[in-house]
Design a protein around this ligand. Structure first.
Ligand SMILES: [Zn+2]
Length: 304
């Protein structure tokens, strides 16, 4: 018995779905899911649903919720990382055997400044594609992340779990927003339905009207690091903001930062000094079956 894990075994044959929540202690949309499952408002009829609350101590920390208590729990999913004698590593080690029993994992997160939700899956784990495609009914933007460089692996790209386990990250919206909670709930109901674990009448909770703006599959262009600092964005970017080639999107100190190609700003970070990651740029993935070129002005004008 592992502490702070909701584990519902229906007794009927079916897959095992894990929904990891609060991997970062200040990203509370997953708690809406944990509450709904604990109260029986989301109830699987087949298989097994596991909801590990990953970092409750960071959430209940003195002074308010924090991302972590010293170690980012989403940068330690390798043998050396989970072997450390730190609270986050100890917890990851404790939950890992449960996650190994899952056929699919939905990892719920939120962001400080971004309302537009998106999904992420790892290029290292092709088995995640079908789950991301199913969840696109709720969140139609998926980013395929390249293998990690200069940082420890996140849960969704870990080699500690079987290669055929589907793992999808959902960035559900802005920290603490009701919209992010609604997106998280809708994703979980959709994941259960996709796996045949709930019966058809269960309604999918209403999701906020982000629509299909920017719908598609994306790959990384660049994680832009500062050379000078600080980073001053040219505007307040709400997520998936389209950029034209040649457009100035911010300043690195006094130096203009210019897009090398048509792309989108996935997210910005509060970068200050040289070497800090300021933002992530993504482009449409060519050959994703839905798109065969770059963004066009027409695409920006007419979200379906
Ligand atoms: Zn997070």
């Amino acid at each position: 018995m592992i502490e702070d894990v909701i584990d519902i075994r229906t007794g009927h044959p079916g897959p095992t779905l894990a929904v990891t929540v609060l991997l970062h202690g200040d990203e509370t949309c997953g708690l809406a899911v944990a509450d709904a499952v604990a109260a029986g408002r989301i109830a699987p009829g087949k298989g097994r649903l596991i909801v590990p609350v990953m970092n409750r101590p960071a959430h209940t920390a003195v002074g308010g919720p924090r991302r972590h208590l010293g170690t980012d729990m989403n940068r330690l999913w390798c043998e050396a990382g989970i072997a450390a004698d730190r609270p986050e590593a100890v917890r990851a080690r404790a939950v890992l055997p449960l996650l190994r029993e899952a056929d699919a994992i939905l990892d719920l997160h939120s962001l400080p400044h971004q309302d537009v939700p998106f999904l992420m899956r790892s290029a290292l784990r092709p088995a995640s594609e079908h789950l991301a495609d199913a969840l696109a009914d709720v969140v139609p933007r998926t980013v395929i992340a390249p293998p990690p460089v200069n940082r420890g692996p996140a849960l969704f790209e870990t080699a500690l779990l079987p290669p055929d386990t589907a793992i999808v990250v959902a960035e559900c919206g802005r920290h603490g927003s009701a919209d992010a909670d609604a997106v998280a709930l809708a994703l979980v109901v959709t994941a259960l339905r996709t796996h045949g674990m709930i019966d058809a009448p269960t309604p999918i909770p209403t999701v906020p009207p982000f629509g299909r703006e920017g719908a598609g599959t994306y790959e990384f262009v660049d994680e832009v690091r500062l050379r000078h600092g600080p980073f001053r964005p040219a505007a307040s970017f709400g997520g998936f903001h389209p950029l034209r080639r040649g457009e100035t999107y911010g300043y690195d100190g006094t130096h203009p930062m210019v897009a090398d190609e048509d792309c989108r700003i996935l997210l910005t970070r509060p970068a200050v000094k040289p070497g800090d990651e300021a933002l992530t740029l993504v482009r449409r993935k060519v050959g994703d079956g839905r798109w065969t070129g770059r963004d066009t002005p027409q695409d920006q004008r007419s979200p379906a």
